[in-house]
Design a protein around this ligand. Structure first.
Ligand code: TXA
Ligand code: MG
Length: 304
């Protein structure tokens, strides 16, 4: 794939919107770091973010919106969240709030959680793109997995060149570090990630403990999960892949983008079924398969 680097102009935004609506991830400057943005309502587009980054795990992604009204259509803002939003948006603050039912956000964005991270960025390029696209955009930092966050277009090109169709060049980012993340989901505010904005909140211990599958920020099904299953036991809901069919199938045509896009929906479906156990067919350990298998291993460990 050829990667074009275009200056931030009106025409560039028009071209970028076409790519976003076609389900492609595009690199865009924000005031913190460059983000790799995709339509948050399109699960396959979000899966392509992970594919481009080569990220070996799924974390919940931040959803970017143009203003507070757009954020409130997606998340449920309590008084604390509203106060912080009014004080700091647009700006480098992400608020984790309860996800509204029917908000239309792909479950891969929240990694299956019932909460969502929302941010109204201040950068004119990201603002212009959000308004022109008319879609919420999921965007992690625009770097390959394991490399440092990009603060210039050429950092993105070095890291993701050949893997994304377009980078909008908006010069150096102003802040250079990722947004502050605060959870406002009831009870006291919790600081999930320190950043450019100082917030008077308790640093959340749970956010830093490494307990696979058991972090509060990670969804795991409530039922035992068996991996590498080739057929279902009588009490199991089998999630198939490719030729191994089951009660549902991640991707009949063995497409890993489709499988990633459907992963959390099918885990929720299996969790809600009448069967007391879940089994899942083997998923190849290449490309997006690594992130899928990482999530499944954590879910299996957390469900026993
Ligand atoms: O400055 C930034 O925030 C940049 C720019 C591009 O906006 N974005 C960014 O995204 O840093 P990302 O994907 O690297 O950060 C996502 C982090 C997750 O690792 C998690 O810690 C937190 O945001 N997060 C998002 N949604 C969450 C949720 N529902 N519950 C808990 N944590 C969440
Ligand atoms: Mg990052």
């Amino acid at each position: 794939m050829e990667t074009r680097v275009l200056p931030f102009t009106e025409d560039t935004i028009v071209q970028t919107v076409q790519l976003i609506l076609a389900g492609e991830p595009v690199a865009v400057p924000t005031e913190t770091v460059y983000g790799l943005a995709a339509d948050a309502t399109n699960a396959a587009a979000v899966a392509r973010i992970y594919e481009a980054k080569g990220r070996p795990s799924f974390n919940p992604l931040i959803v970017h919106v143009p203003d507070l009204a757009a954020a409130q259509a997606i998340g449920d803002f309590n008084e604390d969240a509203l106060a912080l939003a009014n004080e700091h948006w647009p700006g480098p603050l992400t608020l984790v709030v309860a996800l509204r039912a029917g908000a239309g956000i792909a479950s891969l964005v929240t990694a299956g959680l019932t909460t969502v991270g929302l941010r109204v960025p201040a950068h004119p390029a990201m603002q212009a793109l959000l308004r022109a696209a008319g879609r919420p955009l999921a965007a992690p930092s625009a770097n390959a997995s394991g490399s440092i966050s990009p603060t210039r277009a050429h950092h993105v090109l070095k890291s993701l060149g050949g893997r994304v169709p377009l980078i909008i060049d908006g010069g150096a980012t102003e802040r250079g570090i990722e947004s502050t993340i605060v959870a406002a989901t009831g009870g006291p505010l919790r600081l999930l990630r320190p950043g450019p904005i100082e917030i008077d909140a308790e640093q959340d211990a749970g956010a830093t403990i490494e307990a696979p599958g058991q972090l509060p920020s990670h969804y795991a099904p409530s039922k035992p999960l068996r991996l590498d299953a080739r057929q279902a036991g009588g009490d199991e809901f089998l999630i198939g892949f490719g030729k191994i069919d089951g009660n549902a199938n991640l991707s009949v045509r063995s497409d890993l983008v489709e499988a990633a896009a459907r992963l959390f929906d099918l885990l929720h479906q299996a969790d809600a079924s009448a069967k007391p156990r879940i089994a899942i067919a083997p998923v190849p350990q290449d490309g997006l398969g690594k992130a899928i298998n990482d999530r499944l291993r954590r879910a299996a460990a957390g469900s026993q």
